[in-house]
Write a protein that binds this ligand. Structure first.
Ligand code: KG4
Ligand code: ZN
Length: 386
């Protein structure tokens, strides 16, 4: 079946067309288009997302984005079997645009519609592979060659969800069956990346900016050590970086909860102290590296603790922060001794996108098929839980 996915929960206007088949036994997805309009340029100057500007931009872009998503695979409305739209959690003014657009389409096309939980969407991004968009190939009959492979994801699965608004450890017992075993008590991991990046003056969104600086610093670190006469103290921050240590909040607590707001405060104090001694351009990479390490250390420690106690058959990460290279690589190394399959979403599906919403729509559809008039009951819910 062909599913039109729509996502507007935050600052990306995204629409995708996904072909889904195989049922629950062998779910298989081919992403025929996955179009996203990012609002980063709009919100950058404010250092964060401005809800009213976000909803206005969604309104402006949702129709052209949907048109393009349908145009690329040359699919018309008759060939769409289901509409899946994010109904929460997220910013209400943003959610309302997507939900109402989707409802209007469902009414006009007389198609069933399903409201999707955005966090569940991130989880199912792990079932998506092979991005086929501008690079797709066509067969001689002008159909798309769908180059899909199959991932075996066994339950119970342990999922670390790390996004801009959520940090949760979830035990997934079956399709649609979740138990949150731990979550953040204050800021989310992505929020911590964004807020600390702001302290360093790195702009928005902070996660990729910190990751880029940190990775570059780590790569070149070895070349920067130099030998000093015994007893002489070096004034270079490159040499002082070993003394720069941020806290790893709650890393030793016996539960699966997280807390990142203290880390943000620690960065602020440390930064204010360091700017008195070193140029900002020198402080940024050192602090970026330590911020990334601190966040990743905590996320991995808690996930491993859950691996030991719950014995999952699969481990996955999901959400925007799952795009972080350090997290992906370190987690994969640390989980390897447990011999449990570890999956990460492909980079194109790690941050917000509509293909994951379409895939989630498929799983929900298989459990409970919606009626053609389901648009009547669909509502956005900014505080929707898993
Ligand atoms: O899931 P997502 O795209 O949107 C929400 O649902 O919140 O996640 C966005 C978050 C932002 O906080 C962003 O800074 C973070 O994901 N992020 C990253 C990276 N790419 C995006 N954090 C660390 N490293 C990255 N490479
Ligand atoms: Zn998200």
């Amino acid at each position: 079946m062909h599913i039109l996915g729509i996502e507007t929960s935050c600052d990306d206007t995204a629409v995708a067309v996904v072909k889904a088949e195989g049922g629950l036994k062998r779910p298989l997805f081919s992403v025929l288009s996955n179009i996203s309009y990012s609002q980063v340029a709009i919100h950058k100057k404010f250092g964060g997302i401005v809800p009213n500007l976000a909803s206005r931009a969604h309104l402006e872009k949702i129709t052209p984005t949907a048109k393009t998503a349908l145009l690329i695979p040359r699919i018309n409305s008759d060939e769409i079997d289901l509409i899946a739209v994010t109904r929460g959690p997220g910013l209400l003014p943003s959610l309302l645009v997507g939900v109402n657009f989707a409802r209007a389409l469902a009414y006009k096309w007389q198609k069933p519609i399903i409201g999707v939980n955005h966090i569940e969407g991130h989880i199912y991004s792990n079932w998506l592979q092979h991005f086929i968009s501008t690079t797709f190939r066509r067969s001689s009959e002008s159909g798309i060659i769908e180059n899909s492979t199959f991932r075996i994801i066994k339950f119970p699965a342990l999922i670390l969800i790390v996004s801009g608004g959520h940090t949760e450890l979830v035990l997934m017992k079956d399709y649609g069956k979740y138990k949150i075993i731990g979550e953040t008590l204050d800021d989310a991991a992505g929020e911590c990346f964004d807020k600390t990046a702001r302290i360093l003056g790195l702009g928005f969104p902070g996660g990729p900016a910190i990751a880029q600086l940190a990775d570059k610093w780590e790569k070149n670190k070895l070349f920067r050590t130099h030998i000093l006469p015994i007893g002489q103290k070096c004034v270079h921050i490159e040499c002082a970086h070993r003394q720069i240590k941020l806290p790893r909040p709650m890393i030793n607590s016996k539960d699966y909860n997280f807390s990142f707001s203290g880390l943000k405060t620690a960065v602020l104090y440390l930064y204010n102290d360091l700017v008195k001694k070193y140029p900002i351009s020198k402080i940024r990479p050192v602090l970026a590296c330590e911020i990334q390490n601190a966040i990743v250390d905590v996320l991995i420690a808690k996930t491993l603790m859950a691996v030991k106690n719950y014995n999952p058959k699969t481990v996955m990460i999901a959400g925007g922060v799952s795009a972080n290279k350090k997290l992906r690589e370190e987690m994969s190394i640390k989980i390897a001794p447990y011999k449990i399959p570890f999956f990460v979403p492909e980079l194109s599906y790690a941050t917000d996108n509509a293909a994951m919403i379409a895939a989630t729509g498929y799983f929900n559809y298989l459990k409970k098929k919606p009626m053609p008039d389901s648009w009547k009951k669909l509502e956005a819910n900014a505080n929707l839980r898993l």
